[in-house]
Design a protein around this ligand. Sequence first.
Ligand SMILES: [Zn+2]
Length: 272
Amino acid sequence: MRFLAFLLLFGQSLWALPADSLHVTYIANEGFLLDDGHQAVAVDAFFTHGLNTFDAPPPAVLAQMRTATGPFARLRYMLVTHTHRDHFDAALVAAHMAANPLCQLILPHQGVAALQKQPGYAAWASRVTAIGGKFGDVESPIAASSLGLTAMMLKHGPYMKEGINKHADVQNCAYLLQLGGKTILHLGDATVDWNRHLFPVEPLKERPVDLLFLQYYDIAEASAQWIQSQIQPDQVIGMHLRLGHRERQERFMAAVYPGALFFRTPMMKKVF
Ligand SMILES: [Zn+2]
């Protein structure tokens, strides 16, 4: 009996999270770690450079990523929305994939060439799923079926230079997934404003979204209305805020999405 009590107490400490709860840790920029107490999923967390404009992961956190230690020890899925430097670093991804044999990597097809150049790629290539297809396509990779993962190929927000959109061909996967009893949609750098006409709404119909990770500047009135009618998120989480402009950008976003939540410093955590 005493032994059973010990087991129950000990078991309790292993299950620190109540059932159906989700820990969200802000890594930097659009990078988040989602953890249900059993397994963790990273989205856009594995990058090193904030382009002197955005938060970047602190050195101690980068070391944990490389060695698959700390909160990254139970990482089972690494998701990458697109391969810009403030979201993705091929060498950092490669180090983690080599150190963590249980991790599956899912990324847009455009990232594969950079991975292939990494020494040791062949050892973990079988755990890489590349998402291709046209803008507006939907894919459910088998490697992440336990998350009910749906990848939606969307357009990266425009970056105009001399009248040309330099990001017109950038593949940006939005990810819809389930973890800790919550449904999560992370749009990466795809704005609803730029994707309304091709956004695949079918996957959203069956799955009410609890947490929507959205860029702070996706605040056009028509987009906010579209989000309200099609995504109906319980909680909007603002991301991609600029260093030195955070307060103003938070105000802009909260005016359009009342109750929007912001993570202000790397490794800040919240339980849902
Ligand atoms: Zn970005």
